[in-house]
Design a protein around this ligand. Structure first.
Ligand code: PLP
Length: 440
């Protein structure tokens, strides 16, 4: 017999990355969204200071995307991802490849950032094996890195709280040091001056493990989840050089930086560093339908395209890789980006945003401010013995005052939709300034 559905019960839903009991005691529910704003169940408008979860770069409820998805669902609802194709998947891959720098011209579709990361890691290990370097199995991540929640991504990730509950994780993984918290870099505007030499940590790991055992290094060009960590000037170039020296693949996890966040299609272009593999997701469909994409260099793709033509070259993929509705959503999203110049819009706003966010220097509890493109972070002094408490209080108070922010540890992260105007940015900063005055 079916169990009766309890009206208005919040109990059954086990919420991800959420304090379930705290949330269910005082729920925060969105019932609608438009442009820069969410609408709450109690009828208030809340300015979206974080593009949903870094996804809704073109703002909310874009009718062009809704129509494209709706049309797609009544034309071709599902097409098998394996051994069959549909036109929009090829069209989308082509358009995406054209956005990516250099030879990053092959695209493998997934359904999330986490899956993109797993795909990239497997691709890297298999690439070396095909080339006769099957001993290259080690994966190198970075402390404080976030690469999603699946076992490979968690293993190369470096967020202690996310890792500690889940055992030994994938073996053969090591981490270079993070770049956070250098005294000389505090309150840096844009890329910090100091710390490029931290990339030499990769050389240290090469010396320790022997580079011939290392398949790939994965980093977020700008780390998001650990509190918005901007790479020091020259750091990513140095990583690239060390990888080149030792035949190690460099993977950029661009799940948050992809699609215009820094004013270029990808962070790779912003930093002028061409990785071998790039992982993306989130804004690829403006957050409307789950989708991720992994970009591979021509040399990586071509390495796989060997052997008998009837053999499957990469034994990997998802039932929902490149489903028609996600492809339609992504194509419509790219159209909007093109029409409205969103891929580069952040570049024009970056200076205004930088001045605005750095005006919070001197506000109560603020110990650092970081920014790049249309990303910003305000780091607060944590309450002794109660990490995350102060920032979460700021989150709740901002929400009450009509602003959605995100917190990680005691850092407030901000990444408004790329359609934001100066008045939206002003509202974000002034709300935060007021809230900081009121929290303990
Ligand atoms: N990689 C990075 C850099 C991310 O920021 C995220 C999510 O925030 C992920 C991977 C995981 O993406 P998803 O939650 O779509 O699996």
């Amino acid at each position: 017999m079916n169990k009766p559905v309890k009206p208005n019960s919040l109990e059954a839903y086990w919420m991800p990355f959420t304090a379930n009991r705290q949330f269910k005691a005082e729920p925060r529910i969105f019932v609608g969204a438009q442009g820069m704003y969410y609408k709450t169940a109690d009828g208030r408008d809340v300015l979206d200071g974080v593009s949903g979860l870094w996804c809704c770069a073109a703002g909310h409820n874009r009718p062009e995307i809704a129509k494209a998805v709706s049309d797609q669902l009544t034309e071709l609802d599902y097409s098998p991802a394996f051994q069959m194709g549909h036109y929009k998947a090829f069209e989308l891959a082509d358009r995406l490849a054209n956005l990516a720098p250099g030879d990053l011209n092959h695209v493998f579709f997934t359904n999330s950032g986490s899956e993109s990361v797993e795909t990239a890691l497997k691709m890297a290990i298999a690439y070396h094996r095909i080339r006769g370097e099957g001993q290259r199995v080690r994966l190198i991540g970075r402390e404080k890195g976030y690469h999603g929640v699946n076992l490979g991504g968690m293993s190369v990730g470096g967020m202690v709280a996310n890792r500690k509950m889940f055992g030994a994780l994938v073996t053969g993984v090591d981490h270079i040091r993070h770049t956070h918290g250098l005294e000389a870099n505090l309150f840096s505007k844009g890329e910090p001056e100091h710390g490029a030499e931290l990339a030499d940590d990769l050389q240290r790991l090469c010396d320790l493990h022997d580079p011939s055992t290392i398949a790939a290094v994965i980093v977020e060009p700008v780390a998001g989840s650990a509190g918005v960590l901007i790479p020091p000037k020259g750091y990513l170039k140095r990583l690239r050089e060390i990888c080149d020296k030792h035949g190690i693949l460099l993977i950029f996890d661009e799940v948050i930086t992809g699609f215009g966040r820094l004013g270029t299609p990808f962070a790779a272009q912003y930093f002028d560093v061409e990785p071998d593999i790039v992982t993306t997701a989130k804004a690829i469909t403006n957050g409307v339908i789950p989708m991720g994409a992994v970009f591979a260099q021509k040399k990586v793709y071509e390495t796989f395209m060997q052997g008998p033509p009837n053999a499957i070259e990469f034994l990997h993929g998802y039932t929902f890789s490149a489903i028609p509705a996600a492809c339609a959503a992504s194509l419509a999203t790219l159209d909007i980006f093109e029409r409205e110049g969103l891929m580069t819009r952040a570049a024009g706003l970056a200076e205004y945003w930088q001045d605005a966010i750095h005006s919070l220097k001197g506000s109560r509890h603020v110990i650092d401010i970081r920014n790049l493109g249309l990303i910003g972070a305000v780091e607060l002094q944590g309450v002794e013995g109660q990490p995350t408490k102060r920032a979460f209080e700021a989150f709740l108070k901002c929400y009450e005052r009509g602003l959605l922010i995100r917190t990680t540890g005691d850092t407030i992260a901000l990444c408004p939709p790329l359609i934001a105007g100066e008045t939206h940015l002003d509202f974000m900063i002034e709300t935060l300034r007021d809230v900081l005055k009121t929290i303990d």
